[in-house]
Design a protein around this ligand. Structure first.
Ligand code: SAH
Length: 260
């Protein structure tokens, strides 16, 4: 009985300690395994994700830009450098490189990659140029411009978008871009004149202050037309005191707004 008891005690001790020790040990290893495995899965999915997005960006360069006649190596380099997926809302990241515009909130859109490349190419920007963009939106176009010049100024009329684009540009390393909230109709007189001006919202006419702030020899690209109908991208050049305009391609942009 005593022995049995002892055995029982021994067994129960064994039963009490060993399995739970084992359980704890097992738990410890399960946790370690999960942590390790979790870390692996995390880094693997991070890698899959970023390499998959990099692949999509390359496909965008070949399938959407080169195919349609974007040839300037500086533009192709800029477009293959800027991480467009970081300029769209999180849930649209996997669609960032598709051949079209995407919503960015507040009823606004980030332009189709081809249009971004086309408008940038037309401006013939060099590293010494001072560039003004009207319509910051997500900040993506400003980042592309910043790949070509260190002097990029961009204005956005919607305060929330101006704030989020400014933050995003800093986080993605485009620290030299200067963002201002305000009505771009008036341009940016303190920073003028500009070698290049890009407007990314459709205006019914070219705002005269922007014409004034364009340097002699400068180029402006702006969609002109009625807000919900046909618009054309116009190239505006200032040669000496003369302004010339060329209508390039039909486009569809969100309307140029005015502050009240
Ligand atoms: N270039 C942007 C997309 C532009 S969408 C990008 O890369 O994401 C057009 C933007 O122009 C919108 O964000 C809109 O709010 C802004 N906008 C419209 N009228 C404006 C004005 N008068 N001044 C400044 N921004 C304006």
């Amino acid at each position: 009985m005593g022995i049995k008891q002892q055995e029982t005690i021994a067994k129960s001790n064994a039963g009490h300690f060993s399995p739970s020790g084992l359980r704890r040990g097992a738990l410890f290893f399960v946790i370690l395994f999960c942590l390790g495995h979790g870390a692996e899965t995390l880094s693997a999915s991070w890698w899959d994700d970023s390499s998959n997005l990099a692949k999509q960006r390359l496909q965008m360069i070949n399938g959407q830009l080169k195919n349609r006649g974007i040839t300037d190596p500086k533009i192709l380099r800029a477009m293959s450098t800027v991480p467009r997926h970081l300029f769209v809302p999180d849930h649209l990241r996997q669609q960032a490189y598709r051949d079209g515009p995407l919503p960015i909130g507040h009823g606004q859109t980030i332009s189709q990659p081809y249009i971004v490349a086309y408008m940038t190419e037309i401006l013939q920007i060099n590293p010494q140029h001072k560039v003004l963009e009207i319509g910051t939106g997500s900040g993506y176009q400003a980042a592309v411009l910043a790949e070509l010049s260190d002097q990029v100024y961009t204005m956005e009329i919607i305060p929330e978008l101006a704030a989020s684009a400014g933050k995003r540009l800093k986080e993605t390393g485009y620290t030299k871009v200067t963002v201002r909230q305000g009505d771009g109709y008036h341009g940016w007189p303190e920073a003028a004149p500009f070698d290049a001006i890009m407007v990314t919202a459709a205006a019914e006419f070219i705002p005269p202050p922007l014409l004034q702030q364009l340097k002699a020899g400068g180029r402006m690209i702006i969609p002109v037309g009625s807000p919900f109908y046909v618009q054309h991208l116009m190239l505006v050049e200032k040669k000496g005191g003369n302004i010339t305009t060329h209508s390039l391609i039909p486009v569809r942009f969100v309307p140029f707004r005015r502050s009240q």
